[in-house]
Ligand binder design. Structure first.
Ligand SMILES: C[S@@+](CC[C@H](N)C(=O)[O-])C[C@H]1O[C@@H](n2cnc3c(N)ncnc32)[C@H](O)[C@@H]1O
Length: 254
């Protein structure tokens, strides 16, 4: 794919994602602050971006930490094609197609940090636990998982409150009328799909049929408390929320 149309699609992707995460850029910035701190003594840190999509975070990581090697992992070939076409010159970014829902995807290398944004909630809780276990083995001592996602509260009333505050925030930021993800995917349909015949994103097709927006919200994988409990059970000695806007949180743990 040519760089110019790909860059236009990535810009359009970013606008679309901001509809759901009004403070997405700030979340990226704080996430990179955490990575920078965790990797401060490493000459060439290896950072994995799980569910990297078209490379929005990987690109920002590489710009701020040019000495880092960034590996973006995603199972969607079209998003990866956009990421590869827009990789900044001289940036040490590799994009790999792999399904995080399959075992053994993250083993084999010592990594300094694993990051993810708005992606891990797509994995079923049992698969997420496998990813956490693999990361616990792969991360070097002192490394960290830094996950920015919709991490909801277990209490329904608090979840509703978070949703109301999020909607107000989106209205104030002027992003609530941004293009939505359905329209983004529909718009990109005519673009040749690197050999993939399905016009639907592979990850949306893989989504369990019962997972409507609200059902997904209540799955254990999306609950902040349970997510950090699970990460601790899989080997992390400590977890914290280093940034939060309603349900949009940056959970991290060494
Ligand atoms: C909402 S997008 C977020 C993309 C990117 N992190 C961002 O913030 O722009 C969710 C991403 O997770 C990826 N994803 C979902 N399930 C996956 C899986 N099982 N294996 C690999 N990637 C997956 C999707 O392809 C998609 O790129």
């Amino acid at each position: 794919m040519d760089e110019k149309p790909a860059a236009d699609w990535v810009r359009r992707w970013d606008v679309q994602q901001e509809r759901y995460v009004a403070d997405r850029e700030e979340r990226f910035t704080v996430l990179i602050d955490v990575v920078e701190h965790v990797c401060r003594d490493v000459a060439e840190p290896l950072v994995l971006d799980l569910g990297c999509g078209p490379g929005s975070l990987a690109t920002r990581l590489a710009r701020r930490l040019p000495h880092a090697r960034v590996v973006g992992v995603d199972n969607d070939p079209f998003l990866l094609a956009l990421a590869r076409a827009t990789r900044p010159e001289h940036a040490d970014i590799e994009y790999v197609q792999a399904d995080l829902a399959e075992d053994g995807r993250l083993t084999g290398q010592v990594i300094d940090a694993a990051v993810s944004t708005t992606a891990l909630h797509w994995l079923r809780p049992d698969r997420l636990a496998v990813v956490y276990r693999e990361l616990a083995v792969a991360l070097r001592p002192g490394g960290a998982l830094v996950n920015g996602d919709h991490l909801y509260d277990e209490q329904p009333a608090i979840r509703d409150l978070a949703k109301a505050v999020k909607d107000r925030r989106a209205a104030r930021a002027g992003v609530e009328a941004n293009e939505d993800w359905k329209s983004w995917w529909a718009g990109s349909r005519p673009i040749p799909r690197c050999g993939r015949s399905s016009p639907r994103p592979s990850w949306a097709a893989a989504r369990p049929a019962t997972a409507t927006g609200s059902a997904r919200r209540s799955t254990p994988g999306c609950c902040g408390t349970r997510a950090s409990r699970r990460w601790r059970r899989c080997g992390s000695p400590a977890t914290t929320t280093s940034w939060r806007r309603c349900a949009s949180r940056l959970g991290c743990g060494p």
